[in-house]
Ligand binder design. Structure first.
Ligand code: C2E
Ligand code: CA
Ligand code: CA
Length: 332
């Protein structure tokens, strides 16, 4: 019945429903428990767009696990156990360090390192994304500040920080950034933000405001994982983007000795086209996931300015990343 379209004011509209079902097969459960289980099943039906979902015991275990992780994460943010590591971004022309991408790492007491792919979505679902993002910005800005006092950095040195779709949708992102920039008295030009196309697509209205504010502060914007999703040239046109980061799936397919075999040639041509597009639009290009020197050589030949990947270095803790500055220390 829910799926049947309704006619409102002459317009046909459809609605959907999400139903959670809990069964009391043994009859020993009390109503509160059953309602809680049904609620949990409904939550699953909702987030996974399933329509309906029947509760099972595994769901309960998963929910408990998540709850524990959520409590742990809250504490970890407070105790600064979620720390930034820094992956070098290298100029392919000179082989020198151009900047770093800051990548969050959670060193969990009992569970070892928890990857961002696991805890960022959890932070987004639970509202911890705001304190997490504050902590990330604060660490990144403080780190650049520290490097600035210890090394003579190039004017165009940068650290780029990832911003998720949920973060972008928060109207106070700019206020948060302003406060932290002021607190750390960092020149905003050292900071870049990385945003994916899908994050822009999900937040076009807020994004226009936020990105205009970033531009005003001369904070550069990188379009992350470019080419991975439903790339639309529309975004390049609509938003003030400064840097394209070519998704590593294209870089992975590059191999030397490509022949006329169109299957092998295609990734090469795609990258060539992205680089040309970026050059015409006055944007920089960073290739992600550079793992072997052949890839770096091809990218350089194609005119791609910057590379990032395990060939150069994985993400390093702040102390190890500091060793990447080949510039001389400032005499104290
Ligand atoms: P991303 O922005 O695409 O980050 C690059 C990921 O590729 C990192 O994974 C990095 O370790 C990995 N990587 C680097 N070089 C290579 C390579 O040569 N080969 C391969 N196969 N992989 C390489 P990581 O650190 O696990 O981060 C995963 C994702 O989590 C990031 O993807 C980013 O979207 C997100 N993330 C990380 N830190 C933060 C953060 O502080 N805030 C937000 N919102 N998202 C974050
Ligand atoms: Ca990124
Ligand atoms: Ca990326």
């Amino acid at each position: 019945r829910l799926a049947d379209p309704l006619v409102l004011d002459g317009n046909e509209v459809s609605i959907t429903g999400s139903i959670g079902i809990a069964l009391s097969l043994t009859g020993e459960k009390n109503p509160e428990d059953l309602l809680r289980d049904a609620d949990m099943a409904m939550y699953q039906a909702k987030t996974r767009r399933l329509g309906y979902q029947i509760f099972d015991a595994k769901m309960h275990a998963r929910a408990l696990d998540r709850m524990r992780l959520e409590i742990d994460m809250k504490r970890a943010i407070e105790r600064q156990q979620i720390q930034l590591h820094y992956q070098p971004i290298i100029s392919l022309e000179t082989g020198k360090l151009a900047g770093f991408e800051a990548l969050a790492r959670w060193q969990h007491d009992g569970r070892g390192t928890i990857p961002p792919a696991r805890f960022i979505p959890l932070a987004e679902e639970t509202g911890l994304v705001t304190p997490l993002s504050r902590s990330v910005f604060r660490q990144a800005c403080a780190q650049v500040r520290d490097w600035r006092t210890r090394f003579s950095l190039n004017d165009d040195f940068f650290v780029s920080v990832n911003v998720s779709s949920k973060q972008l949708s928060h109207r106070d992102l700019i206020d948060q950034l302003d406060r932290i920039l002021q607190e750390t008295s960092l020149d905003p030009e050292y900071l870049r933000l990385e945003i994916t196309e899908s994050a822009l697509a999900e937040n076009t209205r807020v994004a226009s405001y936020t990105l205009a504010q970033l531009r005003k502060r001369r904070i550069k914007l990188c379009l992350d994982d470019f080419g991975k999703g439903f790339s639309s040239l529309n975004y390049l046109h609509r938003f003030p983007i400064d840097v394209l980061k070519i998704d590593r799936s294209f870089v992975r397919r590059l191999s030397s000795g490509f022949s006329n075999d169109s299957g092998k040639k295609r990734p090469y041509e795609i990258i060539r086209t992205i680089v040309a597009l970026a050059q015409i639009l006055g944007m920089q290009v960073v290739a992600e996931g550079v793992e072997v020197s052949d890839q770096a050589a091809i990218l350089k030949e194609l005119g791609c300015e910057f590379g990032q990947g395990f060939l150069f270095s994985p993400a390093l803790d702040a102390a190890s990343a500091s060793r990447f500055f080949d510039c001389v220390s400032r005499p104290s």
